[in-house]
Design a protein around this ligand. Structure first.
Ligand code: HEC
Ligand code: HEC
Length: 336
């Protein structure tokens, strides 16, 4: 492929990104902006959401919580190729991080949920994930006096609804942002925050065209792009991406561009989890998205840059969950 074609392609991709939501307000015209500190709009709502996020009683087994697959001690992921759900079910796709997910243009690899609230109801009732139903989850919460009074304080009603549950979880997730990475300090003017190899990596990341798709505060998350622009990506997974939502052939193998914030923590990579290391992921991206084969030295510099995107991880006291009552439906950990 000629250089001319690669450049045209990079600009075409850049134009596509601009059309779906450009990064605003660049610091010194950088394509990446610092992550803003968490918004604390309604602390009581987010606190309730935190409890629900950790509560395994939202699953049929009484064993799986949001945190099982989006472990906040491990970058908001499970670090598995694909997740394990109810009954040891092998999931179809890699679990993306919940960190900074409030910045996503939509949720899931194919964007089928429009926001965090719409997303949060999904796993509770997904037979391969938490395998409960919205009715059962609400019955469980309604049977727990500690929850009933907390929902009443937050929402002003005696009746717990799934709408309130997903609203609270989404409010908690909005607090899961990771500011103050070394790269953000560098962006804000602390030029000593990065070493020579990391700044060289950032320059390569920009000049090679990675920023056409990975830009904005989340370094991704703001557009859907084809996996395999220059050459096809061979995957063991049947997932076809965005076409599942739009039905348009042009959206086949278009996936939401993942955030690269905290990417050092969120291995393995890609929707099928097939890239075990950042080195692998960067090599594949260079070849398939940009028609560029990085030398070992260039690859190492880009990886060094990517590791500067790890920010302050959410830090809080583990929530204490109110105990079940005599009437709480019992967990069913085994069997369908
Ligand atoms: C059994 C593992 C599992 C459990 C439990 C689980 N998730 Fe997920 N989550 C996943 C997987 C896998 C995906 C990606 C699915 C897809 O894109 O099709 C995902 C996607 C997401 C996303 C979208 C992130 C993005 O970048 O698109 C969010 C947000 C999320 N989950 C939050 C939650 C919340 C909140 C709960 C609890 C109510 C939860 N998850 C429970 C595995 C799980
Ligand atoms: C044409 C748009 C595009 C360009 C250019 C691009 N990427 Fe990506 N990137 C994507 C998409 C889409 C995915 C998700 C692909 C998948 O999972 O199948 C991705 C995934 C990744 C991942 C894995 C993240 C994760 O959590 O799974 C890394 C790391 C990455 N890209 C780095 C880079 C680097 C470094 C470059 C430049 C060499 C680059 N990307 C260029 C669109 C792009």
């Amino acid at each position: 492929m000629s250089n001319h074609r690669i450049l045209t392609l990079t600009f075409a991709v850049a134009a596509a990104v601009t059309a779906t939501g450009p990064a605003q307000g660049a610091i010194g015209n950088e394509p990446i902006q610092p992550v803003a500190a968490a918004k604390t709009g309604n602390p009581a709502l987010a606190e309730l959401g935190k409890k629900l996020y950790f509560d395994t009683r939202l699953s049929k087994s009484g064993f799986i919580s949001c945190n099982s697959c989006h472990n906040l001690s491990m970058g908001g992921t499970d670090n598995l190729k694909t997740s394990i759900g109810h009954n040891w079910n092998k999931g179809p796709i890699n679990a993306p991080t919940v960190l900074n997910s409030s910045m996503n243009v939509a949720q899931f690899w194919d964007g089928r949920a429009k926001d965090l609230k719409a997303q949060a109801g999904g796993p509770i009732a997904n037979p391969g994930e938490m395998a409960s139903t919205h009715e059962l989850a609400v019955d469980v919460l309604q049977s727990i006096p500690g929850y009933v009074s907390e929902f009443k304080t937050v929402f002003g009603s005696d009746k717990v609804t799934i709408d309130e549950v997903t609203k609270a979880i989404a409010a908690f997730e909005e607090t899961l942002v990771t500011p103050n990475s070394r790269f953000d300090k560098w962006l804000r003017g602390d030029k000593k925050a990065l070493n020579a190899s990391e700044t060289a990596g950032y320059r390569l990341f920009k000049d090679s065209g990675c920023v056409a798709c990975h830009n904005g505060p989340a370094v991704g998350g703001n557009s859907f792009q084809k996996m395999g622009v220059v050459a096809p990506y061979k995957s063991s997974s049947p997932a076809e991406g965005r076409v599942a939502v739009t039905g348009k052939d042009a959206d086949r193998f278009n996936f939401k561009v993942p955030t690269l914030r905290n990417v050092e923590l969120t291995y393995p990579y890609f929707h099928d989890g097939e890239a075990a290391t950042l080195r692998d992921a960067v090599d594949t991206m260079g070849r398939l998205q940009l028609g560029k084969k990085f030398t070992d030295g260039e690859n190492a510099q880009i990886v060094a840059f990517l590791k500067t995107l790890t920010g302050d991880q959410p830090s809080f006291k583990l929530p204490l969950l109110p105990p079940s009552s005599d009437t709480t439906p019992h967990p069913q950990p085994f069997g369908k």
